[in-house]
Design a protein around this ligand. Structure first.
Ligand code: PMM
Length: 371
């Protein structure tokens, strides 16, 4: 058994979590009766008995056709599961995964982007001046953003890295200024532990790390120590190299495996599971075909049982589809389409530049999808 499979959350149960309310004729347990698909041997016999006693039936992997954890969340009897969780680690893990799945049914949340860079592709340095960046963040909050994401190093393909000193000088006054004036949580978009630490001290509450901890070995420790939220995003290579002929066998499986491994590392470093989000990293080391495949099969990432953050806003895959030479700020229709389908695919947090419009798109998509 791998290290991951032994982990109570990502392992035996949540990894295979793939459940449905059981409507089979002849089922004697009182409804609701929830089934979980589980590979043979991963749940110890003693735990299996406790689960069955409390209304959860373990089925062999592949014997159920309804694959998503929220169906388990809807079918499970919470009170009985809480009882089971007292004597079964598997039941506790299932309950945690089921809660995460239930949270995913809640309204999508919008993260507004504040780039304090001279060279971001999406807004071309509009907010490089700290006072303008703060003003922009306040405007996004007024438009209804649930979070603000402050970034001071461009991640666009070909971007040159900036030093820690430069990134601190750009980001910290903006984080501090916004934290004094808005009640919504602020995330710092950085791959550097020193920047994350300073931003958390200045009032940020979440670290958005597009390298998922692969760039700076100190990052996960800082996040755990400060009990901050953490976004682990998938990317291949770094901004200088990532668009040089990216290749995958199965892009979704590879992104999923990467995120699973990175989240496991975050958990091992002491980052609480409740504060982890995952992100497939649209446009980061991916061709148009890879981006489309990830968006089409986004729901497969839900098997991690963690909220999915999706960043599609104004990205160049939209231009590649439309062929229109519109500047990034004009890609609103394409962004709204991708946001709407992302919500249907299970994205819970949408990272966008145009908060009010995308909030509307996300809410309408959510409502239609949950009918
Ligand atoms: N995209 C950009 C920057 N940071 N962070 C996350 N988690 N996900 C993304 O997709 C993402 C990101 C690049 O876009 P920008 O230049 O508009 O910030």
């Amino acid at each position: 058994m791998s290290e991951l499979e032994r982990d109570p959350v990502f392992g035996a149960v949540a990894r295979q979590l793939c459940a449905r309310g059981d409507a089979s004729p002849g089922c004697e347990s009182p409804p609701p009766y929830a089934s979980v698909n589980c590979r043979a041997g991963v749940v110890p016999a003693g735990e299996r008995a406790v689960l069955e006693e409390h209304g959860v039936r373990l089925l062999p992997l592949g014997s159920s056709t309804a694959p998503w954890p929220e169906e388990f969340a809807a079918a499970v009897d919470r009170e009985r599961m809480e009882q089971a969780a007292r004597s079964s680690a598997c039941a506790a893990a299932l309950l945690a995964a089921s809660d995460a799945a239930a949270a995913q049914r809640a309204a999508p949340r919008i993260q507004g982007v504040v780039n304090v860079t001279p060279d971001s592709f999406s807004d071309g340095g509009r907010c490089f001046d700290p006072a303008r960046a703060i003003e922009h963040g306040l405007a996004l909050a007024a438009e209804g953003a649930d979070f603000l994401d402050v970034g001071a190093e461009s991640t666009r393909p070909g971007a040159t890295p900036v030093s820690v000193e430069e990134e601190l000088a750009r980001a910290i006054p903006v984080v501090a200024g916004l934290a004094r004036q808005v009640a919504i949580p602020i995330s710092i978009d950085t791959t550097k532990a020193a920047v994350a630490r300073a931003a958390l001290a200045a009032g940020a509450r979440i670290v958005n790390d597009v390298s998922a901890g692969t760039q700076d070995p100190g990052m996960l420790g800082v996040v755990a120590e400060r009990r901050a939220g953490y976004v682990a995003m998938h990317r291949r290579g770094d901004p200088r190299t990532m668009q040089t002929a990216p290749a995958y066998g199965d892009v979704v499986a590879e992104v999923l495996e990467f995120l699973r491994e990175r989240c496991f590392r975050a958990l091992a470093a002491g980052v609480p599971r409740e504060t982890l989000w995952v992100d497939p990293g649209i446009g980061f080391g991916k061709t148009l075909a890879h981006n489309l495949e990830l968006l089409r099969r986004l729901q497969e990432l839900r098997s991690l049982g963690l909220p999915i953050l999706l960043g599609v806003s104004r990205k160049s895959f939209i231009r590649e589809i439309t062929g229109a030479d519109t500047p990034p700020a004009g890609r609103i229709g394409g962004t709204a389409a991708a946001v709407a389908l992302g919500v249907v695919g299970g994205a819970e947090i949408l990272r966008v530049h145009d908060v009010a419009v995308m909030r509307e798109a996300a809410l309408v998509a959510r409502e239609i999808a949950s009918c």
